[in-house]
Write a protein that binds this ligand. Structure first.
Ligand code: VGL
Ligand code: ZN
Length: 183
Protein backbone atom coordinates (compact mmCIF):
# COMPACT_ATOMS: atom_id res chain seq x y z
CA UNK A 1 0.00 0.00 0.00
CA UNK A 2 1.26 3.45 -0.98
CA UNK A 3 0.12 6.68 0.65
CA UNK A 4 0.22 10.26 -0.59
CA UNK A 5 1.13 12.56 2.29
CA UNK A 6 0.29 16.22 1.66
CA UNK A 7 2.28 18.46 4.00
CA UNK A 8 0.93 21.84 5.14
CA UNK A 9 -0.81 23.03 1.99
CA UNK A 10 -2.27 25.94 3.95
CA UNK A 11 -3.14 29.54 3.12
CA UNK A 12 -0.42 31.07 5.30
CA UNK A 13 2.31 29.34 3.26
CA UNK A 14 0.80 30.48 -0.05
CA UNK A 15 1.13 33.93 -1.69
CA UNK A 16 -0.70 36.51 0.44
CA UNK A 17 -0.29 34.41 3.59
CA UNK A 18 1.68 35.27 6.74
CA UNK A 19 4.63 33.17 5.55
CA UNK A 20 3.79 33.15 1.87
CA UNK A 21 6.17 31.17 -0.34
CA UNK A 22 6.50 32.41 -3.90
CA UNK A 23 4.42 30.29 -6.32
CA UNK A 24 3.50 27.83 -3.57
CA UNK A 25 -0.03 27.62 -4.94
CA UNK A 26 1.26 26.47 -8.34
CA UNK A 27 1.67 22.91 -7.01
CA UNK A 28 -2.00 22.54 -5.99
CA UNK A 29 -3.42 21.34 -9.37
CA UNK A 30 -0.64 18.76 -9.66
CA UNK A 31 -1.30 17.50 -6.14
CA UNK A 32 -5.03 17.20 -6.92
CA UNK A 33 -4.16 15.08 -9.98
CA UNK A 34 -1.75 12.95 -7.96
CA UNK A 35 -4.37 12.40 -5.24
CA UNK A 36 -6.59 10.63 -7.79
CA UNK A 37 -3.89 8.00 -8.28
CA UNK A 38 -3.62 7.02 -4.61
CA UNK A 39 -5.89 4.75 -2.61
CA UNK A 40 -4.87 6.56 0.58
CA UNK A 41 -4.33 10.31 0.88
CA UNK A 42 -3.54 11.95 4.21
CA UNK A 43 -2.49 15.50 5.05
CA UNK A 44 -0.81 17.47 7.80
CA UNK A 45 -1.63 20.94 9.05
CA UNK A 46 0.62 23.32 10.91
CA UNK A 47 -1.74 24.13 13.80
CA UNK A 48 -0.18 26.55 16.25
CA UNK A 49 -1.59 28.12 19.41
CA UNK A 50 -1.87 31.96 19.32
CA UNK A 51 1.31 32.23 21.42
CA UNK A 52 4.22 29.89 20.71
CA UNK A 53 8.01 29.87 20.97
CA UNK A 54 7.81 29.00 17.27
CA UNK A 55 6.79 32.63 16.64
CA UNK A 56 10.15 33.86 17.95
CA UNK A 57 11.64 32.34 14.77
CA UNK A 58 8.78 33.02 12.38
CA UNK A 59 6.02 35.57 11.88
CA UNK A 60 2.82 34.22 13.42
CA UNK A 61 1.23 31.78 10.96
CA UNK A 62 -1.21 28.87 10.85
CA UNK A 63 -2.82 29.80 14.15
CA UNK A 64 -5.41 27.09 14.78
CA UNK A 65 -8.96 27.85 13.64
CA UNK A 66 -7.95 30.92 11.61
CA UNK A 67 -8.27 31.36 7.82
CA UNK A 68 -4.48 31.21 7.45
CA UNK A 69 -4.49 27.68 8.85
CA UNK A 70 -7.11 26.44 6.36
CA UNK A 71 -6.10 24.36 3.37
CA UNK A 72 -5.55 26.25 0.12
CA UNK A 73 -9.08 26.71 -1.30
CA UNK A 74 -8.22 24.83 -4.53
CA UNK A 75 -6.96 21.71 -2.76
CA UNK A 76 -9.34 18.78 -3.23
CA UNK A 77 -9.87 18.06 0.45
CA UNK A 78 -12.48 15.37 -0.33
CA UNK A 79 -9.60 13.06 -1.22
CA UNK A 80 -8.04 13.43 2.25
CA UNK A 81 -8.92 10.64 4.69
CA UNK A 82 -7.29 12.02 7.80
CA UNK A 83 -5.67 15.31 8.83
CA UNK A 84 -2.74 15.28 11.26
CA UNK A 85 -2.27 18.43 13.39
CA UNK A 86 1.23 19.42 14.49
CA UNK A 87 3.00 22.28 16.21
CA UNK A 88 -0.01 22.34 18.50
CA UNK A 89 1.83 23.10 21.77
CA UNK A 90 3.30 26.46 22.81
CA UNK A 91 6.79 25.01 23.22
CA UNK A 92 6.77 22.91 20.10
CA UNK A 93 7.88 23.73 16.52
CA UNK A 94 6.24 20.60 15.16
CA UNK A 95 7.92 20.64 11.77
CA UNK A 96 7.34 16.95 11.11
CA UNK A 97 3.91 15.47 10.41
CA UNK A 98 5.11 12.51 12.50
CA UNK A 99 4.92 14.85 15.53
CA UNK A 100 1.15 15.25 15.13
CA UNK A 101 -0.67 15.32 18.44
CA UNK A 102 -4.28 14.56 17.43
CA UNK A 103 -3.40 11.15 15.99
CA UNK A 104 -0.26 9.05 15.60
CA UNK A 105 0.76 9.10 11.94
CA UNK A 106 3.10 6.09 12.09
CA UNK A 107 0.47 3.93 13.74
CA UNK A 108 -2.21 5.10 11.32
CA UNK A 109 -0.10 4.27 8.27
CA UNK A 110 1.00 0.89 9.65
CA UNK A 111 -2.60 -0.03 10.45
CA UNK A 112 -3.50 0.73 6.84
CA UNK A 113 -0.71 -1.53 5.58
CA UNK A 114 1.28 1.34 4.10
CA UNK A 115 4.86 0.53 3.10
CA UNK A 116 5.62 3.56 0.92
CA UNK A 117 4.95 7.27 1.47
CA UNK A 118 4.98 9.82 -1.34
CA UNK A 119 5.61 13.26 0.12
CA UNK A 120 4.35 16.53 -1.43
CA UNK A 121 3.50 20.02 -0.16
CA UNK A 122 5.11 22.83 1.83
CA UNK A 123 7.85 23.60 2.63
CA UNK A 124 10.85 21.79 1.18
CA UNK A 125 13.36 23.19 3.69
CA UNK A 126 11.25 22.72 6.86
CA UNK A 127 8.17 20.55 7.16
CA UNK A 128 8.60 18.48 3.99
CA UNK A 129 12.22 17.79 4.92
CA UNK A 130 11.49 16.80 8.52
CA UNK A 131 8.46 14.73 7.55
CA UNK A 132 10.35 12.85 4.83
CA UNK A 133 13.33 12.14 7.10
CA UNK A 134 11.03 10.87 9.89
CA UNK A 135 9.14 8.73 7.37
CA UNK A 136 12.38 7.04 6.27
CA UNK A 137 13.51 6.67 9.90
CA UNK A 138 10.22 5.05 10.82
CA UNK A 139 10.79 2.35 8.23
CA UNK A 140 8.68 3.53 5.29
CA UNK A 141 10.02 3.63 1.77
CA UNK A 142 9.93 7.38 1.22
CA UNK A 143 9.60 9.15 -2.10
CA UNK A 144 9.73 12.94 -2.31
CA UNK A 145 8.07 14.46 -5.36
CA UNK A 146 10.53 17.23 -6.11
CA UNK A 147 8.24 19.26 -8.40
CA UNK A 148 5.30 19.07 -5.98
CA UNK A 149 7.09 20.89 -3.13
CA UNK A 150 8.30 24.51 -2.64
CA UNK A 151 11.08 25.95 -0.52
CA UNK A 152 11.09 29.02 1.74
CA UNK A 153 14.76 29.61 0.84
CA UNK A 154 15.35 32.00 3.77
CA UNK A 155 18.98 31.59 2.69
CA UNK A 156 19.62 30.89 -0.99
CA UNK A 157 20.25 27.17 -1.48
CA UNK A 158 18.23 26.00 1.53
CA UNK A 159 15.84 24.11 -0.74
CA UNK A 160 18.69 22.31 -2.54
CA UNK A 161 20.38 21.50 0.78
CA UNK A 162 17.10 20.02 2.01
CA UNK A 163 16.87 17.77 -1.06
CA UNK A 164 20.38 16.49 -0.30
CA UNK A 165 19.55 15.95 3.39
CA UNK A 166 16.48 13.93 2.44
CA UNK A 167 18.49 11.81 0.03
CA UNK A 168 21.17 11.21 2.68
CA UNK A 169 18.43 10.00 5.02
CA UNK A 170 17.41 7.39 2.43
CA UNK A 171 14.58 9.21 0.64
CA UNK A 172 14.19 8.85 -3.10
CA UNK A 173 13.51 11.95 -5.24
CA UNK A 174 11.20 11.69 -8.27
CA UNK A 175 9.35 14.02 -10.62
CA UNK A 176 5.57 14.03 -11.02
CA UNK A 177 5.84 12.59 -14.54
CA UNK A 178 7.74 9.57 -13.18
CA UNK A 179 4.67 8.74 -11.10
CA UNK A 180 2.19 9.29 -13.94
CA UNK A 181 4.33 7.11 -16.23
CA UNK A 182 4.14 4.34 -13.69
CA UNK A 183 0.58 4.51 -12.29
C1 VGL B 1 6.75 25.44 8.16
C2 VGL B 1 8.02 27.23 8.84
C3 VGL B 1 7.32 27.31 10.00
C4 VGL B 1 6.45 24.43 7.10
C5 VGL B 1 6.04 25.51 9.34
O1 VGL B 1 5.29 23.98 7.00
O2 VGL B 1 7.36 24.08 6.34
N1 VGL B 1 7.75 26.30 7.92
N2 VGL B 1 6.33 26.44 10.24
ZN1 ZN C 1 4.87 26.63 11.79
Amino acid sequence: MEALLIVDLQNDFCPGGALGVENADSIVPTINQLAEKFELVVASKDWHPPKSIHFEKWPAHCVRNTPGAEFHPSLNTKAIEQVFLKGTEDKDDGYSAFEATNKDLTEYLRNRGVKTNYIVGLTTDYCVKETAIDSARNGFKTIVVRDAIKAVNAEPGDGDDALKAMQSAGCELVYVHDIFNQK
